[in-house]
Design a protein around this ligand. Structure first.
Ligand code: NAP
Length: 308
């Protein structure tokens, strides 16, 4: 099997991974960034990022990631589009298996991010992609003038529901408590938007439909026990994220929610292996914190390699 050697391998080309690539390449390490899909990560589908400094009018996730990706490649970080099929991160030389070959490095940064969490209710798997979505930017145009449901009370649910209102007639925002978790400015916008009706203290119990897709979401009021069927043609699920760590098979220590434990230097339980961005047990999951993680990990990886 062909083996290509680098100083540093970064797994994942979202904001954290690509930021690490920029810093590592500028430290004159040879760097490979492994990415199974297009570079960008979760932020790729965000219509407008308003809280990343330097873009006073905001910037789309796709445009920001294109710029960051170009920047990483300008400093000669190599982006390899392939899925990781196996890993050996113990010892001084780390190897990462890809479909037909492998790469090896003296340090590895894990930047694999997180994926939308599922509700685990009847109908969810059946109608996924047939009325159920986790991506407003991708799917909102399919729901022009329709009535849809959105589930969750965090930044994603509120920001994406606001985006949906540009297309749909109405959004029922279903939240399990009597207070939103989202940032205040997003809450204010939701409260002011006539197209958003918030169903407080409510949780979806099933998603129903026919051959053509979603027709209703069954909702239970958690305080009164009252059950209602909302007639909707779409349901967007934004109830948080789960870390993409399954491929690690317990190689590094995880916290109780499955996020990778790392110290303030982004060092995991395995020497020479770092974790950055949404996959890490971090108190804030934002592009601005992800790129900070990447910068720290790359600098630490360079020091680690130098010390060996
Ligand atoms: P989140 O902050 O974890 O919020 C998840 C929401 O879903 C919470 O309101 C939670 O309810 C609800 N929820 C969780 N499990 C549920 C279930 N089984 N049934 C019903 N509701 C459930 O996740 P997120 O909104 O996806 O955000 C993820 C991270 O990205 C956060 O750090 C967020 O700040 C960041 N983000 C930031 C922006 C921005 O800055 N504009 C935009 C998007 C995302 P409870 O409130 O009751 O726990």
């Amino acid at each position: 099997m062909k083996n290509t050697e680098y100083d540093l391998v970064i797994i994942g080309a979202g904001p954290a991974g690509l930021s690490a690539a920029i810093y590592a390449a500028r430290a004159r390490l040879s760097v490979a960034v492994l990415e199974e899909a297009a570079p960008g990560g979760q932020i790729l589908v965000t219509d407008l990022i308003e809280n990343y400094p330097g873009f006073a009018e905001g910037i789309s996730g796709a445009e920001l990631m294109m710029k960051i990706s170009e920047q990483a490649q300008r400093f000669e970080a190599e982006i390899i589009t392939e899925e990781v099929t196996g890993l050996d991160l113990s010892g001084p030389v780390k190897t990462v298996q890809l479909a037909g070959n492998q790469v090896s490095a003296r340090a590895v940064i894990i930047a694999t991010g997180a994926s939308p969490r599922k509700l685990g209710i009847p109908g969810e798997n059946r109608y996924y992609g047939q009325g159920i979505s986790t991506c407003a930017t991708c799917d909102a145009p399919f729901f022009k003038d329709a009535v849809v449901a959105a589930v969750g009370g965090g930044d994603t649910a509120v920001q994406e529901s606001l985006f949906l209102t540009r297309f749909v007639r109405k959004v029922y925002l279903i939240h399990r408590r009597d207070q939103l978790r989202a940032t205040r400015i997003l809450q204010e916008r939701a409260f002011e938007n006539d197209k958003i009706e918030i169903l407080w203290d409510s949780r979806p119990t099933a998603i129903k439909g026919g051959d053509a897709g979603v027709e209703a979401v069954s909702v239970e009021n958690v305080k009164t026990g009252e059950q209602t069927d909302l007639a909707v043609s779409g349901c967007f699920i934004w109830v948080g994220v789960t870390p993409n760590t399954a491929f690690l098979n317990g190689i590094v220590d995880l916290d109780e929610n499955g996020f990778i434990k790392a110290d303030k230097r982004m060092q995991t339980s395995e020497p020479g292996v770092y974790a950055v961005g949404d996959v890490r047990d971090t108190p804030l999951r934002q592009v601005v914190t992800a790129v900070g993680d990447g910068a720290i990990a790359a600098t630490e990886a360079a020091n680690y390699i130098e010390s060996k």
